[in-house]
Write a protein of this length. Sequence first.
Length: 151
Amino acid sequence: MIQQPSELTILDAGGDDVGVTVLAALQNHLAKKKVQLVQVINPFRPFTEDVKGCLRIKEEIEASSKMKITGLVGNANLIDETLPEHIYKGYDLLKEVSSATGLKIEFITACSDIYPQLELNRFSCPVLEIQRKMNPPWKRLSSKGVLTHGV
């Protein structure tokens, strides 16, 4: 996929400096391509709950990947516990990070079950409706296909 990418190729390299070290190894190859490196921010994850933490993670990602972040994406969520207020809080933080860095907010995400509840006019960027394809490890399907909660 890296040697012969399609029109749009997305690599999820993880949310910290450790995950993006693979990008540094691919630097010579990626330098020949049009690459956008976006920082995905969820204020409910460790180290990204405030602007200072987001900026620190940004610097670590750029140092480890040997690439510059070109935009921001908001992915505020608490999985099944996400409420519209969480999306709004994440967007507010994203605007602060954008202001501090000069980086454009590319889009924010909202899970399909919460998307209809959002006041979309509160956002000045696109809102990408997403649907979870994987269940968290603490949820399991029984042999009959019924969702059960594991320990």
